[in-house]
Design a protein around this ligand. Structure first.
Ligand code: HAM
Length: 412
């Protein structure tokens, strides 16, 4: 029997990748806190109907990408494909609207979509995301974009921003109808996927990548003709705010997003550096969703970033803290070595006690494997070796050595 392998599209994240993961998530958390977002830890499993009613019955996610099962109690369950729906469910279920309605929540964690795996696209992936409830001000849209921009800047990741407005719920519906009428004339020339979309989700035909569909889409009704003056003004105001803060963007009227709940602002931060899966962060407004899921009318907006995609874009991430490996030169000095290393750790210094006794050479090999910056030899004397320079210093007492490490080397 062969070895058991991980499920297709799932990943083990370890070594430098684990450091990249941590850096992305920790940086996002810091930024979210600066903007006064509060954490919400959401379940991984939800009732299937939550996603049908929010992400949309006719979207790719719900139609073909969800991991679903029936639990032992006969409930229809889905592994969450995204975080917004759960956030909204919680907002309603926990009656957060009762506390004045104005809430800023952030989350992180695994999401699941049965997509075709490729670079930057996995079946289990992670998101960091944030949602604002109860605010319709356009300044909230601007702040959200500024926040994402700051996150990407902190990670030293360059992207371009594409932005669009879908108008209100009603104008979006009207536009959708107009597209249906238009694309129906070309039914036979559309790709198979788009023929399916025609009835269910004509908006998505606009960003189909198939050449024949792109050609047809060139002559399709444009969204601007369906958007109210109010929405247009709102969008202009947002663009002016972005200008004011020096944020570059491209208005892309074809940007419609793959989830059904958006109204007015939608945006994507995109890179060309990781192939076809270039959207690293995306989001927008969803002013109808809370109501649609049974809550009181509540404007809202949010975004999510793909942690793995950001990880691919990071420069190398090294461990910051220096490692001190302690080698006991004789068997009977181990208690002293253990005491020594515990003292280092109490002082916030990272230490590894080499626990394979044997020749000095074999113990040094262990220290090398752990990439020790310094090795401490414990015998009746105390010696410190700088692995980079090869320099070796002998100390009169353990205390002297510890003082020296704390003073001179801890933060080298
Ligand atoms: P989304 O565009 O479906 O939006 O996903 C957001 C981000 O998650 C994507 O831009 C991408 O970086 C990452 N992502 C999505 N699918 C995969 C995958 N299969 N593998 C790796 N990364 C992936 C949402 O999920 C919305 N909930 C965003 C939002 C929040 N809108 C309003 N609030």
């Amino acid at each position: 029997m062969g070895n058991i392998q991980k499920v297709r599209g799932f990943q083990d994240i370890y070594g430098e990748n684990a450091r990249r993961y941590r850096l992305v998530v920790d940086t996002a958390r810091e930024i979210f806190k600066l903007y006064n977002f509060k954490e919400i830890i959401l379940p991984y499993l939800e009732d299937i109907s939550l996603f049908k009613r929010s992400v949309g019955e006719e979207t790719d996610i719900v139609q073909k990408e969800m991991y679903t099962f029936t639990d032992r109690g006969g409930r229809q369950i889905a592994l969450r494909p995204e975080g917004t729906a759960s956030c909204v469910r919680a907002y309603i279920e926990e009656k957060l609207y009762g506390e004045g309605g104005y809430h800023k929540l952030f989350y992180e964690g695994a999401m699941f979509r049965y997509e075709r795996p490729q670079a930057g696209r996995y079946r289990q992936f992670h998101q960091v995301g944030a949602e604002v409830f109860g605010v319709s001000s356009v300044y909230a849209d601007a702040e959200m974009i500024l926040m994402i921009n700051n996150l990407l800047k902190s990670l030293n990741i360059q992207t371009r921003l594409e932005i669009n407005t879908l108008g209100t719920f009603e104008s979006r519906r009207n536009y959708s109808e107009a597209l249906k009428v238009y694309f129906s004339q070309f039914r036979d020339s559309l790709c198979e996927t788009c023929r399916g979309r025609l009835e269910r989700n004509p908006l998505r035909i606009i960003d189909c990548k198939v050449e024949s569909c792109r050609e047809i889409a060139k002559g399709s009704p444009v969204i601007t003709d369906y958007i109210s003056e109010e929405s247009k003004e709102r969008f202009e105001k947002l663009l002016n705010l972005l200008d004011r803060f020096g944020i570059n963007y491209r208005v892309n009227p074809g940007l419609v997003r793959g989830l059904d709940y958006y109204t007015d602002t939608v945006f994507e931060f995109i890179t060309d550096r990781i192939g076809a899966q270039g959207t690293v962060a995306a989001g927008g407004r969803y002013d109808r969703l809370v109501q649609q899921l049974g809550g009181p009318p509540t404007p809202a907006l949010g975004f999510a970033a793909g942690v793995e995609r950001l990880m691919l874009l990071l420069d190398s991430v090294q461990e910051k803290e220096k490692l001190f490996s302690v080698i006991s030169l004789t068997e009977d000095q181990f208690p002293k070595a253990l005491e020594f290393i515990e003292t280092l750790r109490k002082n916030g210094i990272k230490g590894e006690l080499v626990l394979r006794s044997g020749s000095l050479k074999s113990m040094m090999k262990v220290a090398d494997k752990f990439k020790a910056d310094f090795v401490i030899f414990v015998s009746d004397r105390c010696e410190l070796k700088d692995m980079k320079s090869g320099e070796q210093i002998t100390f009169l007492s353990d205390g002297d050595l510890i003082d020296y490490i704390i003073r001179e080397l801890k933060t080298v």
